[in-house]
Write a protein that binds this ligand. Structure first.
Ligand code: PEP
Ligand code: MG
Length: 554
């Protein structure tokens, strides 16, 4: 048995085989080939296999996300058969006498560049597709076939690092746990692990030789056991059963109100990243969805999701929530959430760069497509919209102009939409400091404590070296939360928290005492927090927030 420790980012026990996850993009070596005919045969076999994979992916996607969203796999299949593409690969193998991997990678690069340079949005977006099929072929040829496809058996994924775009494409049913060498506790991949309710460790020195071996991830102690001894296996199975029993006990709280012993009630909502998370929202009996990270729709896709695709997604969420509030955050792409087809130029400092609402206010056609889809979906349920990364009143006014334009167009076309509450995320110190002015413009605030901590403390949330001082309990952050709630309430806004701090039960009492109206947390935290709230008596709190002096250390 081998034992390793790392930092746990989500508690729980997972037992299963390890899948060593290789990044899709790897450097491809050029090798001289004597027998080019058999190399072409190898390429043809790989093409055949890629076609089978794409057909299977198409079928699966049609069932899970509808024909519209599945169309991308049809496009990939067509490209795979494209005469120019195929001829180029065969030509390179024959004339340069090189291996098929190299011929495919070179053709992929050439075609991607050619598409990227075209003066047409549609063709520019095809650059990502041609890269994608070339990568698929290279992976098949070189026997590396991960790339989101993690096989049939549930596995523990071991990887150097995982980008949100990679995590989001994995089949959640088959994920038992994540173990990575790099990555920070505050990254979106960590947030996804919590949303998916799976144990995850970071900071473990990983080894490719573990691939296929049995392992246990103990998210309570931050330990990874490879080839666990029988005694450890039985201890861990017992702990898993204990967890199941604890969840069963919590399930008695389903249907109960989120109210303290002294009668203060709040709204306890859940955060989601995709339609598939709704099952867990309903199973955990959240009163609504407080944050739908809509950018994951864009990350899952190899091109801009069109209005119809988005409409169907938002409508499905709204209908499944059956009248309960669904707060959709508009596109928050950028920083660690990158999609190639946005073609955002390289930035030294992307967390403080061209991202989120900044992109939407410049590329208004993308923003308007999303807003149209959201307003149309609002006719089918209780949708609210919130805007990320706000720093000024002008931004909010500009958003309102665009929203008015969208509504006018829908009216002209006779398309119905519902009453939609509009809110903003408070996740920059600027927004906190002008929260009194911002509150006059919107219906609600949702405090994004992940970014608010990053920008307040000037600590990159992606930098795992700084995890120990990335402190969301810092008095500066807590005061900002208090100030936002006070200003919101004085100027007619309700205020929630949707960052990870909202699930920190050591602060639940403090947040309620500050007057928070809503907490939105990963689905599996809803029932434990409900329990906490129902056992709480705000009359008995020792440190009343209303009494904390501004110059105190709190
Ligand atoms: C936040 O910043 O707290 C937040 C909820 O948004 P995200 O984590 O997606 O940046
Ligand atoms: Mg944020």
């Amino acid at each position: 048995m081998e034992v390793y420790t790392g930092k746990s980012i989500y508690k729980g026990i997972a037992i299963g085989r390890i899948l060593f996850y290789q990044k899709g993009e790897q450097s491809v070596k050029r090798t001289r080939i004597e027998d080019t005919a058999s190399e072409i045969g190898r390429y043809e076999a790989a093409r055949q296999k890629a076609m089978e994979q794409l057909n299977a992916l198409y079928e699966k996607a049609v069932k899970e996300v509808g024909e519209m969203n599945a169309a991308v796999f049809e496009v990939h299949a067509m490209m795979l058969e494209d005469d120019d593409y195929v001829d180029s690969i065969i030509n390179i193998i024959e004339t340069q006498q090189v291996n098929a991997e190299f011929a495919v990678a070179t053709t992929g690069d050439n075609f991607a560049k050619m598409f990227a340079d075209m003066d047409d949005d549609y063709f520019r977006a095809r650059a990502a597709d041609v890269k994608d099929i070339s990568e698929r072929l290279v992976n098949i040829l070189s026997g590396r076939e991960n790339g989101g496809d993690i096989g049939e058996e549930p596995v523990i994924i071991v990887a150097d690092d995982l980008a949100p775009s990679e995590t989001v494409q994995m089949d959640k049913e088959k994920l038992l746990a994540f173990v990575t060498e790099h990555g920070s506790a505050n990254s979106h991949t960590a947030i996804l692990a919590r949303t998916m309710n799976i144990p995850a460790l970071i900071g473990v020195q990983i080894r490719e030789a573990w691939n296929g071996r049995l392992a246990v991830v103990d998210g309570y102690s931050g330990t990874l056991y490879v080839d666990p001894e029988d005694e450890i296996l039985s201890q861990m199975k017992a702990r898993q059963e204990e967890d199941i029993r604890a969840r069963e006990l919590l399930s008695e709280l389903k249907g109960k109100e989120d109210v303290t012993l002294d009668g203060k009630s709040i709204r306890l909502y859940a955060n989601i990243g995709s339609v598939k998370d709704i099952a867990s929202v309903l199973a955990n009996d959240a009163a609504g969805i407080g944050l739908f990270r809509s950018e994951f729709l864009y990350l899952e896709s190899s091109d801009y999701p069109d209005e119809e695709t988005q409409f169907q997604t938002y409508k499905t969420v709204a209908e499944n929530m059956a009248g309960k509030k669904v707060i959709v955050r508009t596109l928050d792409i950028g920083a660690d959430k990158q999609a190639d087809y946005f073609q955002i130029a390289h930035e030294e400092n992307p967390a403080m760069g061209f991202r989120a609402i900044r992109i939407c206010l410049e590329r208004t056609e993308i923003f308007k497509t999303q807003l149209r889809a959201l307003f149309r979906a609002s006719a089918y349920g209780n949708i609210a919209i919130m805007y990320p990364m706000i720093i000024s009143v002008d931004e909010v006014r500009r958003i309102k102009e665009i929203v008015a334009e969208v509504k006018r167009e829908l009216d002209e076309q006779g398309i119905a939409y519902g009453e939609v509450e509009q809110g903003i995320m408070i996740e920059t110190p600027a927004a906190v400091m002008i929260s009194d002015l911002l509150a006059e413009e919107v219906d609600f605030f949702s405090i994004g404590t992940n970014d608010l901590t990053q920008y307040t403390l000037a600590i990159d949330r992606q930098n795992s070296k700084l995890d120990s001082i990335y402190d969301s309990h810092h008095p500066a952050v807590l005061r900002m939360i208090r100030q936002t709630i006070e200003n919101g309430h004085q100027h007619g806004c309700w205020v929630g928290i949707c960052g990870e701090l909202g699930a920190d039960m050591s602060l639940t009492e403090t947040f309620l005492d500050m007057g928070i109206d809503e907490l939105s947390v990963s689905p599996s935290f809803v029932l434990p927090i409900r329990k906490k709230i129902r056992e709480m008596d705000l009359r008995k709190i020792k440190t009343k927030w209303s009494l904390v002096k501004v110059n105190s250390t709190l």
